[in-house]
Design a protein around this ligand. Sequence first.
Ligand code: AMP
Length: 579
Amino acid sequence: MDFSELVALYEKLESTPKRLEMTDYLAAYFKEVPKTKIRRVVYLIQGILVPEHQGVELGVADKLCMRAIANASGQSIKNIEAAFRKKGDLGVVAQDAMSKKTQTTLSSSELSVDKVYDNLFKVATASGAGSQDHKIKLLSELFSSSAPLEAKAIARFVTGSLRLGVAEPTIIDALSVWSVGDKSAKEDLERAFNLTSDLGWVAETLFEKGMESVKTFSPTPFHPIRPALAERLPSAEKIIEKLGTASVEAKYDGLRLQVHKKGDEVRIYSRRQENVTPMFPDVVAATKKQFAAKDAIFEGEAIGVDAAGKFVAFQETVQRKRKHGVAEAAQQIPLKLFCFELLYADGRDLTNEPYQLRREELEKRVRKGTVLDVAATHLVSDSKELETLFDAFVGEGLEGVMAKDLEAPYVAGARKFAWIKLKRSYASNLADSLDVVVIGFYYGKGKRTKFGFGGLLTAVYDESSNQFKSIAKIGTGFNEEQMSAFRELLEKDVVPEKPKNVDCLIVPDEWVKPKHVVTVVADELTRSPTHTAGWKDQEGLALRFPRLKGFVREDKAAKQATTVKEVLDLYDLQRSRSG
Ligand code: AMP
């Protein structure tokens, strides 16, 4: 199989933005591809050598590629570098360099797809002493045997700048056309791809064994499944309308992990199917201990917890995604993995089973322990109840809720209404945070009694009256350390009665001098008869679902807080956005 034919296809694909045309070009080309080559050909069209989860990275630096072009073309590296500065595209540089050379030499040997693939694979896997020189030699060899357009393709391929613009769905369409003459086999091909993240493997199965075999693909440990995605709806009501009864789970703001277990070996994949196993030794160990199945594929959200067992912010959890200092990070930011899906267990494909059954099977298998747990869930069929849950989960510092269709299969790689998310940030119309002034505080009930602190009463500044007008009671977003710290700080500023420059209808447990500024985020501004900011017609404006961000802002004085005017502007903006 000549590489030049594949390059001709590259040129055609690059020349059109139209998906239908691309599909036709691909399908016509596939007719010429022998079944022993299709796997490699598909990878090369995708611009990869193997699926990403296998962790073979080509990553050839521009410099190295230029040296290979110089070697093969007989030009000086200075010349090649100058050409690159001018053209900004190594593909064109390689093409020009090789076309100058072919004018002076008689013929170049024909490159095969196999030869190109083999050399590139060796480039990708070369390591250790002398590997740079070895890579240059392998690439030079390819360039030397290349016609100009082939050189262009190789240079772009190795530097990750192929511009075919052809996405996986288009390749799938073309495989379907190749197979049955139209796109009717698309869904089966898609499913096989979603279950394996390996389009080369799917194509090879199709070419060698036919469509019936493609239909038999099922989850296989160590082949990451493309994750199901969530839809969004703006309110609890809309969610219940859509799902009727739903399993409503906490939405943890962490890292999605897909864990594969095969006997004693565990591998972990990210949401983008990268193999991230070395980053999570704690999850690997816990899976061996806590997951009661010989072989399994399950998913969960990993989130960091602090010493007091509270969830840490996403920015902290995400630090666990690192290549170096893994052991230290694992100690500093211990994770909990809240499992929410079971896709495969001991030979059984669960992806086509209804959610409720998958969840039951999952619960049976997660043993009690420190790292693995099952995501908190409640069966809900009433929107008020959903709202209450949402508030409770958000109160615990979580991102919102995931409502799941009890009957739905696991829709790998797709966004269907099987999962619907309701998040704080877009139940929100209020994208900005506000800086508000503390005018009072509460002692705290239940668990908070021991801190002597339960929340803040806050206000914004009104320039025209030089007064602080109340806008929110903030009861969430504090960690335990902050609760103690607030109590200690505010005690010093307690005043016996409402200060003159404070306009407020509600009475906190203690009034304080309006001087400390804190940052708050909220879902939206609403009209309220209890708060005085922007007071008009017996109503002011209040923050809905306010949450504290951080501690006191030392850099701001009370009069530099958000003003009533800004709040009114935000309210207008919010109304215009929601129509
Ligand atoms: P989003 O990233 O906002 O589209 O929300 C979907 C993501 O939420 C998933 O990919 C998971 O990483 C995460 N997530 C957190 N908790 C859950 C849960 N209980 N069920 C499903 N996904 C969850």
